[in-house]
Design a protein around this ligand. Structure first.
Ligand code: MSP
Length: 510
C-alpha cells in the first residue's frame, strides 16, 4: 500500500498582508510535499488562513469593514501569495468555513463529554496582539511605563467567565511523549524549550472568551466564543473531514509533520497533543519549528514598514531563485537574515555560476560539437568512477537529510555533485578531447549529463519550473522524473533539444 504523508503549514492570520516570512513556511512545506510525492508517497498538503479572534476583529474595525468582509479580502491575498510561490497544496482551509465550525463544535463536545472542559473565571494579564495570557513573572515595564509581554506586546488585566481545558492533567503524559518520541519536537532547541516549559508545570487553559464575538460559538453557551488557538489547531482535522471519522481523507490522520514557526511550536507541541489525548485521537508524528527571518538585520514589522512582499521579489529575481535562497541560506531550524546582497550572491555564485554554467557549457557543447544527441560512454577511467559513485549515492544522502527536514543540508549534498561536475569538466577538458580523442570526449559529456539528470530530478521539489526546463533540455521524458527513475539512464544517441540558459546572472541595475 502506498504510504501516506500529511503535512501542514500554520494557518495564516488575516490581520495583515502576507510577507516573505509566511512564504517561507509555505515553501518549506511545499518542498517536503513535492519530495514525498516524487518518492511515490500519497501526500496531503494543507495550508490556509486563521480568521477568528480579537486581533482580526480589531484589524477589521480599523479598516472600517466587518470581520467577514475583511477576512475574505486578506484570505484571498494569502491564496494569491501561495499561488505565486508555486505552492502545491491540496487544500486551502479557512476557519470561517462551515466545515470548520462544525469540526470545532464536535471536538469541543467530545472534550466536554470526556470531562476535560469546565466553566470557571479567568483573570490575568492578556496581550491582544499575541492572543495569549502571560504570568506576572513574564512581564516587564518599558520606559513608557507600559507593561509588556516578553514578545513586546502590551498587556492588560482581564477578568471574565471562561471555560477551561484540563491541561494541567497532561504534563506527565506530554513529558512521556517527548521522551518516547525524541523527534516529536524538532529541532533540539525547540524540544528543550518546550520540555522545560512543561516541567515547570502546566495550568489549566482558558479556552473561551466573552469579551468579543468574532469566533466559533461554544456549543450550548453562545455568550462564549472559543479561544482562537483551540479553533485554529482544529483546522488540521477539519481538512480531513472530521468529525466524520469514516471520511476517506481521515486516513491521513495522524499528520506526519506540522511545520510551524518556532514561536508557535509551544501551541503545537503542548496544547494540541494534550487536546488530542483528551479526545482520544492519535497524535501527530512530528512538530518542526523553523527559524525566523530578519530583513537587512532588522526584525520585520509593520511599524518599521520593512515587511517584504513576495511579488516584487519574484519579479526582480525570479521565483525559483527566491525559493532556492529561502532554503539555502541557513540550516533549516535556524534564524537568518534576508539581505539583498546575500540573495544576489547566492544567485550568482550557486545558481548562475555553479549550476547554470555547468548545464549551459555541457549542453551547448554537445549541441555544437557532439551532434546534439546523447553521447555514448566509452571505457571508464578512475575519474569517471569517482563522479559516478558520488552521483549514485546522492539520492540516498538527500533522502536522509530530508527525513530529518535538513533542507539546507539536502541542497548542500546536491551542490557537492554540482561542484564535482565543474571540476570534472575542467580536468577532462572536452574542448581539447574534441581534437585528440572524440570517443573519450563523448564519454565525458555523457557522464556529465547523467549527473545533470540526477541533479535535475532531485532539485525538482526546490525549483520545479527551472528543473522541468533542465530535464526537458536533457530529453528526460515526463514519466521518468520521479525518484524511481533515478537509477535509469539517458538513451544512447537520443536527440537533444536546443539548450537555453537556466539562471541568468543578476546584475544590479545602475
Ligand atoms: N495563525 C497562527 C498559526 C495558527 S496554526 C494552527 C499564526 N499565524 S501567522 O500568520 O502569524 O504566522 C504564520 C507563519 O508565518 C508562522 O509559522 C510564522 O513563524 C511565520 N512567520 C511570520 N513571520 C516570519 C518571519 N519573519 N520569518 C519566518 N517565519 C515567520 O501564527
Amino acid at each position: 500500500m502506498t504510504q501516506r504523508y500529511y503535512i501542514t503549514t500554520p494557518i495564516f492570520y488575516v490581520n495583515g498582508d502576507p510577507h516573505i516570512g509566511h512564504a517561507y513556511t509555505a515553501v518549506a512545506a511545499d518542498v517536503m510535499a513535492r519530495f514525498r510525492r516524487l518518492q511515490g508517497r500519497d501526500v496531503w498538503f494543507l495550508t490556509g488562513t486563521d480568521e477568528h479572534g480579537q486581533k482580526v476583529e480589531a484589524a477589521a474595525r480599523l479598516a472600517g469593514l466587518d470581520p467577514q468582509a475583511f477576512s475574505d479580502d486578506i484570505s484571498a491575498r494569502f491564496r494569491a501569495m501561495v499561488r505565486s510561490m508555486n505552492i502545491s497544496h491540496d487544500d486551502f482551509i479557512r476557519t470561517t468555513e462551515p466545515r470548520h465550525k462544525a469540526a470545532c463544535a464536535a471536538l469541543w463536545q467530545r472534550l466536554e463529554a470526556a470531562g476535560m472542559i469546565y466553566l470557571g473565571h479567568y483573570e490575568g494579564w492578556y496581550a491582544t496582539r499575541d492572543e495569549a495570557f502571560y504570568g506576572e513573572d513574564e512581564l516587564s515595564i518599558g520606559a513608557d511605563g507600559i507593561k509588556r509581554a516578553p514578545t513586546g506586546a502590551p498587556v492588560e488585566w482581564m477578568r471574565e467567565p471562561s471555560y477551561f481545558f484540563r491541561l494541567s492533567a497532561f504534563a506527565e503524559r506530554l513529558l512521556a511523549l517527548y521522551e518516547e518520541n525524541q523527534s516529536f519536537i524538532q529541532p533540539a532547541s525547540s524540544r528543550n524549550e518546550v520540555m522545560s516549559f512543561v516541567r515547570g508545570g502546566l495550568r489549566d487553559l482558558s479556552v473561551s472568551r466573552t469579551s468579543f464575538t468574532w469566533g466559533v460559538k461554544v456549543p450550548g453557551d453562545p455568550a462564549h466564543v472559543m479561544y482562537v488557538w483551540i479553533d485554529a489547531l482544529t483546522n488540521y482535522l477539519t481538512a480531513l473531514g472530521y468529525p466524520d471519522e469514516q471520511a476517506e481523507r481521515m486516513a491521513f490522520w495522524p499528520a506526519d509533520v506540522h511545520l510551524v514557526g518556532k514561536e508557535i511550536t509551544r501551541f503545537h507541541a503542548i496544547y494540541w497533543p494534550a487536546m488530542l489525548m483528551a479526545a482520544g485521537l492519535p497524535l501527530p508524528r512530528h512538530v518542526f519549528g523553523h527559524g525566523w527571518w530578519t530583513v537587512e538585520g532588522e526584525k520585520m514589522s509593520k511599524s518599521l514598514g520593512n515587511a517584504l512582499a513576495v511579488q516584487p521579489l519574484i519579479d526582480e529575481f525570479g521565483l525559483d531563485p527566491l525559493r532556492f535562497f529561502l532554503l539555502r541560506e541557513m540550516p533549516f531550524g535556524n534564524d537568518g537574515d534576508f539581505s539583498r546582497r546575500a540573495l544576489i550572491n547566492r544567485l550568482n555564485v550557486e545558481l548562475a555560476n555553479d549550476l547554470g554554467n555547468l548545464a549551459q557549457r555541457t549542453l551547448s557543447f554537445i549541441a555544437k560539437n557532439a551532434g546534439a544527441i546523447v553521447p555514448v560512454r566509452g571505457e571508464p577511467q578512475p575519474a569517471d568512477w569517482a563522479l559516478r559513485d558520488l552521483a549514485a549515492g546522492l539520492p540516498e544522502r538527500v533522502a536522509a537529510a530530508m527525513d530529518r527536514m535538513a533542507l539546507q543540508e539536502a541542497l548542500e549534498e546536491i551542490w557537492k555533485l554540482v561542484r564535482a561536475c565543474n571540476a570534472y569538466i575542467d580536468h577532462q577538458a572536452p574542448w581539447t578531447l574534441r581534437k585528440t580523442d572524440p570517443v573519450r570526449m563523448a564519454s565525458v559529456l555523457r557522464d556529465l549529463i547523467e549527473c545533470l539528470r540526477v541533479i535535475g530530478i532531485l532539485l525538482q521539489p526546490f525549483m520545479p519550473d527551472t528543473m522541468a526546463k533542465l530535464l526537458d533540455q536533457l530529453g528526460v521524458a515526463a514519466t521518468a522524473r520521479d525518484f524511481s527513475a533515478l537509477t535509469e539512464g539517458l538513451v544512447d544517441n537520443a536527440p537533444l533539444p536546443q539548450p537555453s540558459g537556466l539562471f541568468p546572472r543578476f546584475v544590479e541595475p545602475v
